[in-house]
Design a protein around this ligand. Structure first.
Ligand code: C2E
Ligand code: MG
Ligand code: MG
Ligand code: MG
Length: 275
């Protein structure tokens, strides 16, 4: 019946639909090639212990080195990879690359890898992780995965099982962007969570909002009581660092301490460095 509304409208509608579809199809094809050609690279950002002052770990953050368009940030392609399922082979590549890179670093430096809910819902994902450890020779205690609250929301049995396998092996599990999703304290009881990463939106408001600051303080206290390591993301100023410390947060991450950088330009992990 659309045809009765006039040819002009119908054809404009058709054209924009097929253009969007075409653009989307092209990105998908490009991402397939990118995987085959290994156009992805990992940059690493340090997590610093607020008490000892040393680098406790690094987070692996993927980038796409596009042959024409240069370096593309993850939020521009991860969602498409999640929708198409390409996140599964990409996630596998990220895991392997991160484990291999970590072998060259001091033993106390843990490598954290972001894991999508799509990966967590794959049967056998936990076993695959253990296989990568066996293959690369990295100790389980040096690996951490970062998952989001949204991954836990759907109550998938497979997710539960994967997390149990991962945790039993000694790989740590961090809850990323804490406080932005459907935060439920029951997750901390139902799932084997070792670390909470308080979302950077809390830190960016902490200096002006007593509430944001109170939430950081409360989560830090919760961490102490439950034996869960707490991290604040997005530390950009010395004042924010001082605030995180004063509230008892265990680790800090942010541009003030380091930007994500390629493995080749990582500074020596100075264990004596005081922040
Ligand atoms: P995330 O896991 O929460 O990672 C932290 C993001 O905050 C990174 O953005 C990092 O560069 C940025 N950041 C760190 N410190 C600061 C700061 O002081 N100020 C500000 N404004 N930002 C800061 P990036 O690298 O663009 O990554 C964005 C998101 O993409 C990540 O958020 C993560 O959810 C996702 N991602 C990255 N790598 C992977 C991956 O290998 N697999 C999956 N599934 N997702 C990934
Ligand atoms: Mg993360
Ligand atoms: Mg995060
Ligand atoms: Mg975040």
């Amino acid at each position: 019946h659309a045809k009765t509304e006039g040819r002009g409208i119908v054809s404009v509608f058709d054209a924009s639909m097929s253009e969007a579809f075409e653009a989307r199809r092209q990105i998908e094809a490009e991402l397939q090639v990118a995987l085959a050609d290994e156009q992805f690279e990992l940059h690493y950002q340090t997590l610093v212990d607020t008490r000892a002052g040393h680098v406790a770990g690094v987070e692996a953050l993927v980038r796409w080195r596009h042959p024409e368009r240069g370096l593309i940030p993850p939020l521009s392609f991860i969602p498409i990879m999640e929708e198409t399922g390409l996140i599964v082979p990409l996630g596998r590549w990220v895991l392997e690359r991160a484990c291999r890179d970590a072998l060259a670093w001091p033993d106390h430096v843990v490598v954290a890898v972001n894991v999508s809910s799509i990966q967590l819902r794959q049967r056998g994902f936990g076993a695959d992780m253990l296989a990568v450890l066996a293959q690369t020779g990295l100790a389980a205690s040096r690996l951490e995965i970062e998952i989001t609250e949204t991954s836990l929301l759907e109550e998938s049995e497979v997710t539960q099982e994967n997390l149990a396998v991962i945790h039993r092996a000694g790989i740590r599990i961090a809850l990323d962007d804490f406080g932005t999703g459907y935060s439920s304290l029951s997750y901390l009881r139902r799932f084997p969570i070792d670390k909470i990463k308080i979302d950077r939106s809390f830190m960016s408001e902490a200096e002006t909002s007593a509430d944001a600051r109170a939430i950081i303080r409360a989560v830090a206290g919760l961490g102490v009581s439950l034996g869960i390591t707490t991290v604040v993301e997005g530390i950009e100023t010395a004042q924010q660092l001082a605030l995180a410390r004063a509230e008892g947060v265990v680790q800090v991450q942010g541009y003030l301490l380091s930007r994500p950088q390629p493995n080749t330009s990582l500074p020596e992990f100075d264990t004596s460095k005081q922040i």
